[in-house]
Design a protein around this ligand. Sequence first.
Ligand SMILES: *Cc1c(COP(=O)(O)O)cnc(C)c1O
Length: 391
Amino acid sequence: MNFLIDLECSDCSKQLPADRLQNLCPACGRPLLARYDTEGAGKALTPGALAMREPTLWRYREMLPVRDESAIVTLSEGGTPLIHARRLGERLGMDGLFIKDESVNPTGSFKARGLAMAVSRALELGAESLAIPSAGNAAGALSAYGAKAGIPVHVFMPRDTPTPFVVECRAHGAAVELVDGLITDCGKLVAARKDAEGWFDVSTLKEPYRVEGKKTMGYELAEQGGWVLPDAILYPAGGGTGLIGMWKAFAEMEALGWIGPERPRMVAVQAAGCQPIVRAWEQNWPEAPQWENARTLASGLRVPSAVGDKLMLAAIRESNGEAVAVPDGDMVRGVREIGAFEGIFASPEGGAVLAGLRKLLALGRIERSNRVVLFNTGSGHKYVDNLGDLR
Ligand SMILES: *Cc1c(COP(=O)(O)O)cnc(C)c1O
């Protein structure tokens, strides 16, 4: 069914067989990325044939890692709308403003894409239980896909994670542990206990297939745009899987002959209280050291250090992109504006990208004539207790 070849280290280029459970590169500890036979896939699947397929991310299955269709664990993820934000665009003086609304995914966020892929593949390769450190949405998504597959799930979240995220995981039957600390502390706990407990660790980019699920956002953007990509993509970056995944998708689609060499500018938006990638980009550092005292109500952006830092920075730099940080108050204003002008109840991470756009327009770093896609990565519903003056 597919054209997966192997895994390759994103840093030292070590190659590893794809068909066994694998975390980071055993040689250098950096993320592994899947490689495909794009020549074969390009013959098996053409853009024209896509029109006949199901409206989920599985429509791109030749370029996805699951070998056997019967291994797929799905809640119908992907296929989210690309909405022309006319009223919001008018306010900003932009004709070409779009929102990719990921809030309509199963479990209310784009984490569904990555975890549908990771769970399907982990089951296919024989995992018996799964564990994840999460700021909230990833835990909810893993819990749901674990329930669908009938496999035990252990989630580790910071103790101050908003209650709806915790309740959601428990409703899906997951074992929940609340940790005094941040997502990085949760990650350390999973790493320390996974071998003894027999868990497979599905942490962001420490597992090679979540990014394969997230890359389908790039395929969808191209398909929905008639195989023409926008001028800029604004993405709320935590661990960075979506940014890295879309950047990978564009290279794959060029190899498939589906798009040309043009690329959108990749813009990472972070929180003022946790902006390791923005700082590294501004300082022109190759890596992003840990951000101390990370604070933001956008739990998905409270990621003080990311194992995919180099990949994120490379995508931003190679695309002539931007990295910008916004305070929490501006995110809440963004949620209010997207809600009042487009009828979408955005997560604070979605509000953040609108705030980021305003900032970049004011600085002249994005043109009003550009075609710009804002990612609303999740629904606002799980954050209602923390939405400041909207309460
Ligand atoms: C996880 C999350 C993010 C950050 O995504 P990464 O791929 O880790 O950068 C952004 N928004 C929401 C709603 C999230 O749940």
